[in-house]
Design a protein around this ligand. Structure first.
Ligand code: HEM
Length: 148
């Protein structure tokens, strides 16, 4: 094969013959998480915007109700993790495809990874530690619910 010949996509290289193939698992992850995200995102949109009173039902009490329920906490956290890892891995692919300067590529991939990790941590903490009574005082409309 001369240097200007592009190898067939399935031609194994030395690196691919041994060990786990992270790029392959990344490719599979994008498809598997995509299927799950269709269910999670459209379920989320249906419950929030269509079922019950539709979009008019969304207020603080609606969110309080959802986050008092382990089912919706886990629904949202799984959606958060899958979407952020999916989005970050997708951005990594785009960066690797388009950024030719090696150091810039490394910096950008790390920036995307750190941003995703930070948002996953923050979002997970918010969902599981959300407390509607935090900081509520006597002059708040939530006082009667929270004082007990
Ligand atoms: C409705 C659910 C979703 C489905 C079914 C889905 C499906 C996919 C699939 C199959 C790929 C791989 C495409 C390829 O390798 O050529 C992909 C890429 C990508 N996805 Fe998603 N996705 C969904 C939601 C999301 C969300 C919520 C985000 C953002 C957080 C996102 C961001 C991306 C990005 C940035 C890429 C890379 C695009 C590229 O390689 O050109 N996707 N998606």
């Amino acid at each position: 094969m001369t240097s200007d010949t592009i190898a067939a996509p399935r031609t194994p290289t030395a690196a691919r013959r041994r060990g786990s193939n992270l790029e392959k698992w990344g490719w599979i992850y994008m498809r598997a998480s995509g299927v799950l995200l269709v269910v999670l995102i459209f379920g989320h949109l249906f419950i929030n915007l269509v079922a019950g009173d539709g979009v008019r039902q969304i207020d603080f009490a609606f969110v309080v109700g959802k986050y008092a329920t382990p089912f919706w906490q886990w629904w949202d956290v799984i959606m958060l993790w899958l979407a952020l890892i999916h989005g970050a891995n997708g951005m990594r692919t785009i960066i690797n495809d388009y950024v030719t300067h090696a150091r810039t590529r490394t910096v950008l991939v790390w920036a995307v990874g750190l941003a995703a990790a930070f948002l996953i941590l923050l979002g997970t903490l918010v969902v599981f530690t959300f407390d509607p009574c935090l900081g509520v005082t006597q002059d708040s409309s939530l006082w009667s619910m929270c004082k007990g």
